[in-house]
Design a protein around this ligand. Structure first.
Ligand code: IMP
Ligand code: MG
Length: 173
């Protein structure tokens, strides 16, 4: 099954990631920033974003959440499958996500991390599908707004395939 149509070519993604990193550097005071990335989809984005940030105190942490299973639409149920293993109290925390769709995942995560009293808590997402929002979520950094189409590549999968593609593509039906 070919993933045929390129929606965002890799060079354009790279350029935008560098812009986002510059914005983040400008917004945060000197010192540590905890990039809390959501597995698995955000692993490539966080790797590129982290390398585009210039301060040494970029802490990279992972959580895992499942809501999709092997379907293209959300099950509506969000489950924490891997928690952080660090204390984020008093820290600047930036959640790094691949895509915000219904908003269920991020609103769940934001509520969960808020309880741990970080100094600040913001969201950076590479992609945003605003048409599909069910739960409103405040997102500070957005790479690209995209139409309501199922995309793969640059970390995003369909049934665990296509994560390794450099471009973001619309999956052929
Ligand atoms: P939300 O909870 O509906 O906002 O869904 C967020 C999660 O659904 C993302 O982290 C992705 O794992 C997955 N997802 C949503 N849209 C897509 C897509 O177009 N391609 C691949 N995964 C997607
Ligand atoms: Mg994801």
């Amino acid at each position: 099954m070919p993933a045929d149509r390129i929606l965002i070519p890799s060079e354009k993604i790279q350029r935008r990631v560098r812009e986002m990193a510059a914005q983040i550097e400008a917004d945060y005071p000197a010192g540590p920033i905890y990039l809390v990335s959501v597995l698995k989809g955000a692993f490539i984005f966080v790797a590129d974003l982290a390398r585009a940030l210039s301060r040494p105190e970029i802490r990279i942490e992972f959580m895992a959440i499942s809501s999709y299973g092997h379907e293209k639409t959300s099950s509506g149920q969000v489950q924490l499958t891997r928690d952080l293993d660090v204390n984020i109290e008093g820290q600047h925390v930036l959640i790094v996500e691949d895509i915000i769709d219904s908003g269920l995942t991020l609103s769940y995560l934001k509520r969960l991390l808020e309880q741990r009293k970080p100094k600040s808590l913001e969201i950076a997402t590479l992609l945003d599908k605003p048409d599909r929002r069910v739960t409103p979520v405040e997102v500070k950094y957005v790479g690209f707004q995209i139409p309501d189409e199922f995309v793969v590549g640059y970390g995003l999968d369909f049934a665990e395939d296509y994560r390794n593609l450099g471009d973001i593509r619309v999956l052929a039906e």
